[in-house]
Design a protein around this ligand. Sequence first.
Ligand SMILES: [Zn+2]
Length: 307
Amino acid sequence: MPEGDTIYRSARAMQRAIGGKVCTGFETGLATLARVNDDTPIAGRTIERVEARGKWLLVYFSGDLILLTHMLMSGSWHLYKTGERWWMGKDRMRAVIRTEDWQAVAFNVPVAEFHTARSLKRYTQVPKLGVDVLGDEYSTESGVARLRDYGQEHPEAEVAVVLLNQRVLAGLGNVYKSEVAFAAGVNPFRAMSTLTARELEAMAEVAGKWMRVNVLDGAGDGISTYFGNRRTTGNSNRDDRLWVYGRQGQECRRCGAAIEMRKQGEQARSTYWCPGCQPWVPAAGQAAVAPVGRAVKLRGPRRRVGC
Ligand SMILES: [Zn+2]
């Protein structure tokens, strides 16, 4: 799943390249988009702005038309100079927005719809997003408030599942979920009810800080890529970028214990943690024994850090 920072970077790169420009051509393989394009052509409209909201990417055209896309697991937006070769096959293209100098291409996006400002407001999924960790309104305080309120409504909810819930904090994906819990020293399987004020604050602070660092990392490159160079350790070396994510069986960079991994939540997403740095704290009535993960060393080449 693309992380919020990846989508934010895509949106920012697109905004720089095609924002304010006139659309010179629009092509799509999706019938619903093609119909709108036939009735009210996209070419000739100005691309007013490109915006990320959590995992949604929105392209605003003049004349009250908004292209809404969601990446889910497989989608991505690429930017190419006119005439540049695409990195993916045309069969995966879902939409192309052309300007004089650029082409923005949506590949494999499973959700792509045109909206007006009014229909977008009624579209329940986008407004339901929690506070966007990359939005201007995000602060450690607002992040704490969202986490605390949710924890009061769902005291039994597990920390890492809540961090991934886009209706609580929008933008955190599966990589950051584990990294944020590590930074706060919180075992990702703990119930929300066991969190202290300091732990809530640490998670909310780190979530905003790291996401921003990773967005800033992408500064300067006009082309947005699907896999950014995410880092949370402050080390830009490719292999040393993350504290726990994808490091099952390897030594904790802080205490040397073996990093564990376990599938978590209804979606069975991989969660990584250090049993040394992130001790178990049982809720009332919960077993005193910490959940156990696997800490088997991975064989073969190290896995690429993806989503
Ligand atoms: Zn550790």
